[in-house]
Design a binder for this molecule. Sequence first.
Ligand code: DCT
Ligand code: MG
Length: 442
Amino acid sequence: LLDISWYTESMRAGLPVQILDTHKLQEQRTDDAEVVVFCVPSYACQRRTTLENHNTILTDALSLLAENAELSDQEGRSVAFRRAAAVMKALPGAVTGVTQLRGLPCLGEHSLRVIKDILETGASAEVESTKQSERYKALKVLTGIFGVGPKTAERWIREGIHTLQQLQDSGHTLNRAQQAGLQHYDDLNQPVAKAEADAIAEVVERAVVSVSPGAQVTLTGGFRRGKPTGHDVDFLITHPEEGGEDGLMSKVVSRLESQGFLLYQKTTRNSYLESKDGPARPASNMDRFERCFSIFKLHEDEGRGTGHPGTPTGNTAAANSGSPGDSDSRSQIHGGEQRLLVSGEDGGPEETKPAGHRPWRAVRVDLVVSPISQFAFALLGWTGSKLFERELRRWAGHEKTMSLSSHALYDNKQSRYLRATSEQEIFAHLGLEFIPPSERNA
Ligand code: DCT
Ligand code: MG
C-alpha cells in the first residue's frame, strides 16, 4: 500500500493509477513500477470515509440513481448504486479516467457505465433524463412531505397527482403526520444547520434533565459524524442506571409539549425484548426502541443563526410565558407554509416584525430512548451513515456469523450475546478496526 499522497501526485502527473481491492493486490502489484496502488476494502465499514469528497460529480450522479431506485421500490438496485457511490467517496483524489478504477470493489456494470459516460462526455444521459422525468420530480415533491413514503407517493402519481396543489385539490384525506408535513413543508425541506441542532439540543437537554436529573442526551445521526447540515436532528437518551430510563420518553415529551416546543409528535413504545425477539430480526431493528418522531418549533431566541444557541432567553423565556407556544397567537405564518394553503394556524399579522418574517421554524427531531445496557449498540446504530450501518450488519452476518442490531450483537456460532459498553468494543467483537464517527460518512 502506498501513501495516499503518492496516489494524488500520480493522478496530477497523469501517471497510470490503479486502485486495487485487497484481494487482488498481490497478483497485480508485481511488475509495473509506475503503477501506484491504493487499496479499497469492499465493505464500507472497513473504510474511512470523511466528508471530504473528491468525486462529487460522480457520487451525486450515482446517489441520484440510488435515490430514484429507492423511491421506485427497487432496493437491490438502490443499494448497488449506494455502494458504488460510497467507494468513489472514499477515494483520495479525483478520478479522471476509467482505467483508474480497475480492481475497485462494488462497481457493477451499470455504475461503471454511468461513471464512464460522465468522465468521457461530462454527463450521463440516464442521470439527466431521470432528473428531468415527471415521475422522479413528482416522487421527490410528494415524498418531501413528512409522513409520505414511496408507496403512497406512487399511488398518488398513478392518480395523476404530481404537485402539492394537485394533492390538496384531490380531496384525499391525509393522516395527522401528513397534515403536519404539508403544513410545514418548506421548513422541513430546508436543511437544518449545526447551530440549529445545538440550539435544539439545549432545549431537549433541559427538558430531559428536568424530568430525570441523571439522564443523558447524545446528538447522533449526521451531526455526530460532523456534517454541517442535516434533514433532521437525532437524539439518543439514556440513564446511567438500568431501568432508570423507564417512563422517561413520555415525561420528556409532555414537558416539551407543555412548553410549546412540539408542533407534532408521535411516540412509539419500546417493543424490543431480548428473550422474546431473539437475535435474528435485524430488519426491524430501527423501530424497536421507544421513539418519538416530532416536528420541533425552533424559536429565533433559541440561538437560530446567532451562533449563540441557548441564550439566557431560551428556557427562561418559556417559563415566563414567552414560550413558543404562547407566541403562536402573535407570530403567524407569512412564509413558505402559507403558500401551501394549509389552514389550521390562525393568521394574525406579526406587529413588531416586517411582513414575511416569522420568528421560528419547524425542524424534524427524532428522540430515541435506550436502556444503558444497549446504549453502545444504539449509539453505533443511530450514528450512521445508513450505508455504513447496512454494511456493518452485512459484515457481521456474512463474515462473522453474527447478528448486529441497534440493541445487541449475537454470535450465532457461540449462541450467545456479546456485551459491549462502548462502540470500540463492538468494532473489536466484529474484528474490525475502530472507525470514528467522522469517518463513517460512507
Ligand atoms: N438509520 C439506519 N437505517 C435506516 C434509517 C436510519 O441505520 N433505515 C440510522 C443511521 C442514521 C441514523 O439512523 C439517523 O437517520 P437519518 O436522520 O435518516 O440519517 P442522517 O445520517 O442523520 O441523515 P441527515 O443528516 O440527513 O439527517
Ligand atoms: Mg439525521
